[in-house]
Design a protein around this ligand. Structure first.
Ligand code: MTE
Ligand code: MO
Length: 229
């Protein structure tokens, strides 16, 4: 999704994209037995693997956005806001922190879901301990290249599957998907997972992010189908 387009254009654009990617072989649907079986499963919390109104895909779809300009050597992550120890991390410092792998499903608000995607990186909780967030911190704003932002409450940020990802299926994260580092918030629509991450700001008040201000749901729960406000 291009960030410079208006909401109405976006809806038209998204509609067009769905038509385009619905062509057989491009929008690869969950037609084989294995993926159909996965889609029919339930999560440990009892909810269905495939949220309502979602269609499985076999490969992640490149949704675009304005790419960051930082490479691995000059990338920096600014950690600030309601924290005791404002910190800036470079990629090496990030890689020295405790690393985890997450296998999860990701759900794009335009209707596609990628089941069993594999990501690695650093838990957001590890970052929260590092900077010692203040008691006043209640929300997190991810700050990405070109002014893209997204926001989640601290209750979501504390989940074990919320990470800052720099690897995807065992390899370096591809550039179109947010390299060097992106946010990953699997249990919310994918617009919460900011690519080309440049900063994390802890806030006392909720600050709606880029798509949230344009009318997309702030809570973005795929199982409640919270797509628009
Ligand atoms: N910086 C940035 N992050 C972003 C976006 C963006 O435009 N810019 N788009 C969001 C949206 S709407 C989606 S669906 C996912 C898409 O990620 P993907 O391109 O890796 O599939 O990234 C999210 N993160
Ligand atoms: Mo999206």
């Amino acid at each position: 999704m291009n960030q410079r387009i208006s909401r109405r254009d976006f809806i038209a654009h998204a509609g067009g994209a769905i038509v385009t990617i619905s062509l057989p072989g491009i929008f690869v649907q969950l037609m084989d037995q294995e993926n159909l079986a996965l889609a029919g499963e339930r999560r440990p919390d009892g909810r269905p693997r495939l949220p309502p109104g979602q269609q499985g895909v076999k490969k992640i779809i490149d949704m675009g956005g304005v790419e960051g300009t930082a490479g691995e050597s000059d990338w920096k992550l600014q950690l600030h806001g309601e924290v005791e120890k404002p910190t800036t991390l470079n990629l090496n410092e990030m890689l020295e922190l405790s690393q985890v792998s997450v296998t999860c499903d990701v759900h794009c608000v335009t209707g596609w879901t990628l089941l069993d995607s594999e990501w690695s990186g650093v838990r957001l909780t590890t970052i929260m301990e590092l900077v010692e967030i203040k008691a006043s911190a209640r929300f997190v704003t991810f700050e990405a290249a070109a002014g893209y932002t997204s926001n989640i409450p601290l209750s979501e940020a504390r989940k074990q599957n919320v990470i800052l990802a720099h690897r995807f299926f065992g390899r370096k994260l591809p550039r179109p998907h947010g390299a060097p580092v992106r946010a990953l918030v699997p249990d919310r629509y994918f617009y919460k997972s900011a690519k080309w991450l440049e900063g994390i700001r802890f806030t006392a008040r909720d600050e709606p992010g880029y798509w949230e201000r344009l009318g997309y749901s702030n809570s973005a729960d795929p199982w409640k189908e919270e797509r628009m406000q």
